[in-house]
Ligand binder design. Structure first.
Ligand code: FAD
Length: 410
């Protein structure tokens, strides 16, 4: 990539200019755009969203799709339908950031200049990060809830499962929705049990971590769930390869460096993830590749007219849509304050939420902040499996997302 200082473009390069440019029209980008257009205090803002995809996904429901209890088609809408009225949609892919020049370059060569930039480009899924995975994903027992294109393979694999070994993996490093790899494990166990196959099945949850959950209050109940369901845990184990021909998942024991191959009949893979390459190679990145923002005010640490939220940001919390719901109002208030020459007073406390589905009709709603302290929304103990929380996940949160959060209302 060109460095900002060596950056020169021919005079005839096409160029657009907008007051506020948002990179990414996913959960974070659309929520911020909607809030900006609502909170401009009557003054019309010129907001543009750069988003190459024609489709917008409600990813949290993929857990339920993979378990055969939610329709795939209800997790997607045309991008055009979620772009807020008054915002411009630039249907392009950003290739380069030139923050010193307040300029973006698209992969088509188009330049887009801005006064303010919001980066909400999500996380990158590295299907090539596990040797063998890209070749066998979606077939012959290997499946993943982690994309629109592969999530139905989870349900197909579960339906075809006739007993044997079912393995569920969590990769090393940051991922979106850290709880999703275990949610599908619990649902699969429930499904296998209901079909009378539990006695013929071994269910393994493998993770590089040292415990089932990072927040103590929820860890206790989830350890009981694992125990009750007879799930074998393999902590400190990282999936490093898949041997398709022999149907073996190959793990590395991170402490002993021992290589552990295990035969599988079902293998649900959560692929390794990282900051998107076009961000990690840009001047906006921190040493890990994420957009380097202040964890409380969401402003870039080196470029004051740049803000970021969601999965691509350096915010040290669990990457979820629920976190974005609390980040977006803070970002919008602070961006508008900066624009008005006022101090940035809004603060984000790291709030995130993980609706841990523990079976069909059961859920623990984990909510916590930067300090891993519970920050619960309901006046009852949320560290308890509840049917009402399942109803929330399956029937209430999806419409709240489409009609509330993406409209800048909740
Ligand atoms: P995204 O919503 O992924 O949007 C990023 C956008 O950037 C995309 O539209 C993409 O096309 C665009 N983009 C990428 N590259 C470029 C580029 N070069 N130029 C321009 N645009 C670009 N969250 C919860 O809160 N609760 C849950 O229960 C939950 N469960 C989940 C289960 C699964 C299986 C998965 C996969 C996710 C789950 N999540 C959950 C996480 C949640 O979906 C994400 O955290 C959230 O969508 C992140 O929003 P974002 O805006 O950062 O990224």
């Amino acid at each position: 990539m060109l460095s900002s200082s060596s950056f020169r473009l021919p005079a005839e390069t096409p160029r657009l200019k907008h007051q506020i440019v948002i990179v990414g029209g996913g959960s974070g980008g659309i929520t911020v755009a909607a809030r900006l257009l609502r909170s401009a205090g009557g003054k019309k803002l010129d907001v543009a969203i750069v988003e190459p995809s024609t489709r917008h996904y409600y990813q949290p429901a993929w857990t339920l799709v993979g378990a055969g209890t939610f329709r795939l088609e209800d997790t997607v809408k045309p991008e055009a339908d979620v772009i807020p009225p008054g915002a411009s949609w630039i249907q392009e892919r950003v290739a380069e950031f030139h923050p010193a020049e307040n300029l973006l370059v698209m992969s088509s060569g188009l330049e887009v200049a801005y006064e303010y930039l919001v980066v909400a480009a999500g996380i990158q899924i590295n299907w090539n990060g596990v040797p063998g995975l890209a070749e066998c994903i979606g077939k012959d027992g290997v499946c993943s809830n982690y994309s629109f294109d592969t999530v139905t393979s989870t349900w197909e694999t579960l339906r075809k499962f006739q007993g044997g070994t079912a393995i569920f993996t969590q990769p090393a490093g940051a991922i979106k929705c850290g709880g999703a790899p275990q949610k599908i494990c619990y649902l699969a166990e429930d499904f296998i049990r209901k079909r009378g196959l539990r006695d013929k099945s071994r269910i393994i949850y493998a993770s590089p971590g040292t415990a089932i959950f990072s927040v103590e209050k929820y860890r206790k109940v989830l350890e009981e769930v694992v125990e009750r369901k007879g799930i074998e845990t393999m902590f400190r184990h990282n999936l490093i390869g898949i041997r398709e021909a022999t149907k073996e998942a190959v793990f590395e024991n991170l402490d002993t460096k021992e290589i552990v191959p295990i035969k599988y009949d079902m293998l649900h893979v959560t692929p390794p993830q990282s900051a998107p390459d076009f961000i990690s190679q840009s001047p906006l990145a921190d040493e890990h590749g994420w957009v380097e923002v202040d964890q409380y005010n969401l402003q870039h640490k080196r470029f004051p007219n740049v803000f970021s939220l969601g999965d691509c940001s350096s915010l040290p919390t669990s990457k979820t849509g629920a976190a974005i719901r609390k980040q977006a109002p803070v970002l919008v208030k602070n961006l508008l304050a900066h624009k008005a020459g006022k101090p940035l007073e809004a603060r984000y406390n790291g709030y995130t939420s993980c609706p841990v589905v523990t079976g069909y009709g059961k859920m623990v709603l984990a909510e916590f902040d930067y300090n891993h302290e519970p920050v619960e929304s309901f006046p009852f103990n949320q560290a308890k499996e509840r049917w009402t929380m399942w109803i929330l996940k399956k029937y209430i949160l999806p419409p709240l997302y489409w009609s509330g959060m993406l409209k800048g209302l909740v």
